[in-house]
Design a protein around this ligand. Sequence first.
Ligand code: NI
Length: 226
Amino acid sequence: MLLHIPGLFAKEEVQRIRQALEQADWADGKITAGFQSAKAKHNLQLPEGHPLAKEIGAAMLERLWKNPLFMSAALPHKVFPPLVNCYTAGGSFDFHIDNAVRQPKGSIERVRTDLSATLFFSEPEDYDGGELEIQDTYGSQRVKLPAGDMVLYPGTSLHKVNAVTRGARYAAFFWTQSLVREDSQRALLFEMDGAIQQLTQDVPEHPSLIRLTGTYHNLLRRWVEV
Ligand code: NI
């Protein structure tokens, strides 16, 4: 399941973040790539633990934890803190699948990468190329979102970032370990939660809402891993 989460950051906030990123000291993106993906990866990245990356990451996670769409779709257990990258001057990242397990620098805790997410900090018209191309069950999807918007997709997907041939593409990305490992089960719970939320608005007094909500939780209990 591919999910677009709009407006995580307002336009003024995004502009402030982008200005700070334009002044930052960037490193080669290969620093966090595995042996194989290092050959495919041509971009810049803020080093893990860079103060600006930490600040942006903390702000992002604070928003996400309050975002009903993200909470319902991801059912997050823990995350690998956001990393910030920049594609410019022909930079690209060829087709790959992300590593299954990640360990944040200086942490003993490991994160299984059930879900990947990219938050865009550049407006689509400010650069050419740079689409995030994701292969999902319905074929290939090209994602290039307004600044402040985020896409969430299964960590199992083959994906790439097309070459940026004009301007710069700033973005943050991170991985989430979900309470529910399987994408198909998570998608079903997300669908059901959405339907229950809609019914709660439209027919708030209907007695079946209690049964439906109970069924949602009983399915979740069956699949959850903590
Ligand atoms: Ni990737």
